[in-house]
Design a protein around this ligand. Structure first.
Ligand SMILES: *Cc1c(COP(=O)(O)O)cnc(C)c1O
Length: 414
């Protein structure tokens, strides 16, 4: 057999290499790696976790990786003795060099590599509120793979990369990257993208169903377990889709099977920004509040998270004895200030929601002072990166409000 088999989580059946779900019950599929124990490779960035990534080769220039360190400042503020931070962003003093400053860099590199290893070389279609699109634009600009991005107009300000100008041409033509601005929200962008990705020659990125995405994000847990010598007891993360939570759980399952990092699962503590918090309402049984257009961080906006499907967020929460927190804008704002002043690095708004959840859990005694805690700071260092690198803005090639002009434009380009 190859490096791994693609298995349905619900019934264990082996599915064809590029499937996205189990034909029987829509279950998530999971890579069942041949390597039972992980052996770190002498490779740059996340590629050192190669044994548990669904690829054979690497994109050497995509070398971002999570950095795990022991917190002093925030730990003291919260009265926690064993608080570890997984920093996913740009902070060279700590060795963190994610080129687009969020943990979406962890999913983009293995996804693009896996695509390169397919025989049919399809064009990847990504709908995103910003961070995912930016991460994919960065990798595709490095590899010159074709990519189509659908991004809400409001999120265009987030569309930058740090690929050096000169490698890519300026203006509308960014290598093989096509940027379609959508007049609407993230949900509208998804709906238009769906019309395009169902056509021959195009493939969807797959979201939570993409194993390269999940196993790339799972390296946060792997890096932490290796740094700590054990699986942490708690894992805190801000979620929109919850894919990062599923990934942390799956990585912990593999570490259990490995045997050298303990035999327990970390409790998942997932944080959402209320009122746009479907996972929070589903898990707690509280009455959902109407959706608001303005939120503390719209990268966490997701109307249809992979919650109740086999292998999804609900299973991850149930198996790990998890919790979901509903955080207000005000709580997130305060937590952001606390983090930035105590850890001395700027962070994105989304991870501030995880910091607020940790603050609540520490106050309520849900976590104890000596517990071993991993806090995933899912993005940061944008202010830091601007001191050093030039950010190339991506300009949209076209702006649409319906799918027809988008398809017409893309077919015309072929
Ligand atoms: C995407 C994103 C998240 C949430 O990720 P999930 O897919 O819900 O796990 C959190 N923080 C940042 C910065 C993100 O870009």
């Amino acid at each position: 057999m190859g490096k791994y088999l693609l298995r349905s989580v619900s019934d264990g059946s082996v599915q064809p290499a590029n499937s996205l779900s189990c034909p029987h019950d829509n279950s998530l599929l999971r890579a069942d790696y041949q390597a039972r124990q992980i052996e770190l490779k002498r490779l740059p960035g996340i590629w050192r976790f190669m044994d548990w990534l669904p690829v054979d080769g690497i994109i050497a220039k995509a070398e971002g990786a999570p950095v795990t360190y022991r917190s002093r400042g925030l730990a003291r503020e919260l009265g926690l003795e064993n608080l570890y931070i997984s920093f996913n962003g740009y902070w060279p003093e700590r060795g963190a060099k994610m080129p687009t400053c969020s943990f979406k860099d962890l999913e983009a590199a293995p996804t693009m590599q896996r695509l390169m290893e397919r025989d049919d070389h399809p064009t990847l279609v990504v709908a995103s509120a910003g961070n995912t699109a930016r991460a994919f634009a960065q990798v595709a600009s490095l590899t010159s793979q074709p990519l189509i991005l659908f991004v809400p107009e409001k999120a265009l300000a987030r569309m930058w990369t740090t690929v050096q100008s000169g490698i890519v041409s300026s203006g509308a033509d960014f290598g093989q990257v096509t940027l379609v601005a959508v007049q609407g929200d993230y949900y509208d962008a998804i709906q238009i993208a769906e019309k395009v990705q169902s056509r021959p020659g195009f493939v969807p990125e797959g979201g939570a169903r993409n194993i390269a995405r999940r196993d790339g994000m799972g390296t946060v847990m792997l890096d932490a377990a290796i740094a700590l010598g054990r699986i942490p007891e708690h894992y805190f993360q801000a979620v929109g889709s919850g894919t990062g939570g599923i990934s942390a759980w799956e990585a912990a399952l593999r570490l259990n099977r490995d045997g050298r990092f303990g035999h327990h699962l970390p409790r998942l503590h997932l944080a959402q920004n209320i009122p746009n918090a479907p996972i929070y309402y589903a898990w707690t049984g509280k009455e959902p509040q109407p959706i608001e257009n303005d939120m503390f961080d719209d990268v966490l906006f997701n109307r249809k998270p992979p919650y109740a499907i086999p292998g999804g967020v609900k299973d991850a929460l149930q198996q790990t004895g998890g919790e979901v927190y509903g955080i207000t804008d005000g709580q997130a704002e305060e937590a952001k200030k606390l983090f930035e002043s105590s850890e001395e690095i700027d962070i994105l708004n989304a991870p501030a929601i995880a910091v607020a959840a940790l603050q609540q859990a520490a106050r309520a005694g849900t976590v104890q002072p000596k517990d071993i805690i991993l806090l995933n700071i899912t993005g940061g260092g944008v202010a830091r990166i601007k001191e050093e690198l030039y950010l190339n803005m991506l300009k949209p090639n076209i702006s649409v409000s319906h799918w027809e002009p988008a398809v017409q434009f893309l077919e015309g380009k072929k």
